[in-house]
Design a protein around this ligand. Sequence first.
Ligand SMILES: *[C@@H]1O[C@H](CO)[C@@H](O)[C@H](O)[C@H]1NC(C)=O
Ligand SMILES: *[C@@H]1O[C@H](CO)[C@@H](O)[C@H](O)[C@H]1NC(C)=O
Ligand SMILES: *[C@@H]1O[C@H](CO)[C@@H](O)[C@H](O)[C@H]1NC(C)=O
Ligand SMILES: *[C@@H]1O[C@H](CO)[C@@H](O)[C@H](O)[C@H]1NC(C)=O
Length: 351
Amino acid sequence: MEKQTHFLSFFLLFVCLTMSTVDAVKGWHHHGSVKLFIFGDSYVDTGNLGKFAASWKEPYGINFPGKPSGRFSDGRVLTDYIASFFGIKSPAPFERRNITRKSSEVERGMNFAYGGTGVFNTLVDQPNMTIQIDNFQQLLDRNVYNKDDLRKSVALVSAAGNDYTTFLLTNGSLQYMPVFTKDLVKQLAMDLKRIKWLGVQNVLVTALEPIGCLPALTAQNSHKKCIQSFNSISEFHNRVLKHAVKKLNKESKHKSGRFKILNTYKSFKSALKKNHHINGRLKLKNPLEPCCVGLDGYSCGGVDEKGVKKYMVCKNPELSFFWDSVHPAQNGWHAVYSSLNSSLNRVHKSF
Ligand SMILES: *[C@@H]1O[C@H](CO)[C@@H](O)[C@H](O)[C@H]1NC(C)=O
Ligand SMILES: *[C@@H]1O[C@H](CO)[C@@H](O)[C@H](O)[C@H]1NC(C)=O
Ligand SMILES: *[C@@H]1O[C@H](CO)[C@@H](O)[C@H](O)[C@H]1NC(C)=O
Ligand SMILES: *[C@@H]1O[C@H](CO)[C@@H](O)[C@H](O)[C@H]1NC(C)=O
């Protein structure tokens, strides 16, 4: 009798081992590769926004994948580089997929980000951060992902830029800005906590970029210099965020996996500085100047009612940091990503 039990448990163990090997070979949900979940705005959206968006029109996507693909860039965006760091293909956009547990596309994670959105509702009527996380939770409820699938998982969260734009355009009272920042970060921290609570191991959140360096704002000085009063908004946001993330890590009961800020503020600044000087002299291309510029009040990608293009694209997008008035070009994102590598290495080592 005892022997039989022994045999039975050995057999069951063997079956389990064999089955997990088969799973790994087949590639469905094996535990070797990282799953990446993306939440946020146009800095990370790879195609969730509908076809009405500029990101689905020429000249977006001319360098990668060679045609418009729903990315606000001439090529890759931050998501694509972070995915490559973890050795996976960029996660599929939530909107564009037929999502079932068996689909090979769910294996590398999922992108829930929509261009124009924020932590709160913005001027763009698209899913805010709360709704994006609800979408993720629904996939967990449907068992598209289970707890085990999330053992090696990373979330990348990029938000706040559009919240500030919305605040400045609808409220605009600088006097209330610190209050707004605190409310915003409070909600963002709850969102990060919820993503972790749902089972994602490592939660990365981007700092707010130096908004005073965006071409939309430096246009007023012909892209000669960043505007410090706007960069101060970013600096304050990032200080409050740093404090909130520290608190989240302190409260987190899980030993493994952490909340982490990707310091995109510093990365933008150093990439803009680096691009500016080559061998001690000014490079031809001013890094604060966007490559794609709208004409006669149109934006990059704009076409008038006669079908005439109302924008100009620079000769060498690969030399530009910025693609349009608010978005880095692929070259810019590559530079930003390169300076984030040491933070990313620490996340990778935690697996
Ligand atoms: C979605 O996937 C299921 C299962 O693979 C398939 O039966 C169905 O036809 C697909 N639907 C679409 C719209 O592609
Ligand atoms: C997100 O959007 C939903 C639907 O519009 C809204 O009910 C909710 O309050 C929003 N969340 C936040 C944090 O603003
Ligand atoms: C502006 O924002 C502050 C802080 O969020 C708020 O207290 C105030 O009521 C807002 N004012 C308007 C006109 O929306
Ligand atoms: C990280 O990027 C910097 C800047 O590109 C580079 O100098 C450094 O060697 C990189 N470090 C690693 C570990 O890849």
